[in-house]
Design a protein around this ligand. Sequence first.
Ligand code: HEC
Ligand code: HEC
Length: 469
Amino acid sequence: MTPWTIGLEAARRSSVHPLKSLTQGKNCRSITAQNYLYHMKSLSSLLSCCFVLLLAQSLHADESAAIAKVEEYGGQVLGIAQNTDGVRVLIPPKTFEGRILTDDDLAVLKEINGIVELDLKNAGISDAGVAHLSGLSGLERLHLEKTKISDEGLKSLSDITGLKYLNLYGTGVTDAGLESLKGLKALENLYLWQTKVTFEAAQKYHEGQIAAGNDQLEINLGWDKEILSPARLASLKDQRAKLEAEAEAATAGTEVAVVDDPDFKTHILPILQNNCVKCHGEEKQKDDLRLDTYEWVLKGGEHGAVVVAEDLIESSLFQRITLPADDDDIMPPKDGPLSDNEIALIKNWIANGAKAEAEVAPPQPEVVETKPEGSSVFVEYVLPVLKSSCVDCHGPDKQKAGLRLDTIAAVLKGSKEGPVVKGGSPDESSLYQRIILPADDDDIMPPKGDPLSKAQTDLIKLWIVSGAK
Ligand code: HEC
Ligand code: HEC
């Protein structure tokens, strides 16, 4: 053995599932130390104590042997959380020595208690291997991606009713295989990328699950082919409605923009229609003045012209809109005065000759309708969030940390430290990690203002999970 492999061996040995050894130790100690005297009083209970000890030991011996076997394969048995007994088992495709693992090697799994997660991805196992999983009732997460299993193998999973996550990416399963998954009512994530399952069949299966009361299921057949759960759809809809409402609020009540050479029809007529025509239009003509067409405006009222080209002093129309607000002659008499921008537009229009049409502008370069780059999930859901919450500091004006978040290319390029998203892995995407920190964490993004909502962070997670495209 080279020093390198010895080191590896030692590392593997020490990783023998710590929770398991702990429970084992505790069982023996609790009987010997705490209850020893009590048990001594009765021979029968002493005997039964020995029996329990023996039983426990033999069980643990089998389990330890199984764990040792998995480690020998080059696999791992890891505790998943401090206060549970559940374990996560990883089985590699090949042992350290290079032997390819076979279906029979999985027989040891039955000896290991509390397997919650099992990762067999890329392993050369087939349907006969999966048959060893039948009966692993606590299993919640199962990785079978890129294994050789087929529809037949899925039958062995039909009794693992607590299964929440099943990854069949890159396997040979087909529409018919979904039949065997009908009883998995706890299933939340089903990955079917690059299998022979059709979108239609997946949709039908999804509908069946919803009808059976499982409204959590999401099926993934590729980054742009996702079947979302009703709960997620509702939250996307909410999110969308909210973004639309925000956009509307942002445009409502905005001032008209001032331009140097206003056009009567485009700029002036709307102001007159909104503020003057109810008294100076077709129905009423106060002072015989109509302000609803260019010709009427120039014709003037009872006392002659109200607009004199290039002469603001002689133009009573301009004079009457610029009087102090409490002047009896101000126009409009109520609901006024006009806004500064509206007055500026009328002023510019008269000063520029009160023309019917503004000078014809030089032809504009043809505007090419460019669709923002990126997947539709990015464009429709992620980009609006980045624009509203991040682009102030990570956009064209400022690039904090050398990071821009205003286009898909910029997001993928990352910061001066490197990438901030990794497709498929929210855990390794700092962009996601930094938006889900507790609100009072110094590193949370955005650093000021409200943290993103759960719906928004979920959208970003969904986008990353589906490949960050
Ligand atoms: C609520 C009704 C009302 C509205 C709205 C109104 N006006 Fe008048 N306007 C009058 C009345 C009444 C007179 C005649 C009495 C006077 O001169 O004050 C008048 C007179 C005028 C005159 C004088 C006409 C002349 O022959 O000298 C001008 C100019 C004028 N209005 C412009 C405007 C403009 C511009 C607006 C919109 C910004 C406007 N008015 C909105 C009621 C209105
Ligand atoms: C008020 C300004 C501001 C806003 C708004 C803001 N950031 Fe930042 N961001 C910073 C600053 C400053 C840094 C560099 C210091 C740091 O890493 O905390 C940074 C760093 C980052 C980094 C780390 C980059 C790296 O690799 O070092 C990420 C990722 C990030 N921001 C994402 C976001 C996201 C996503 C949003 C919107 C939800 C956002 N930021 C909104 C100011 C901002």
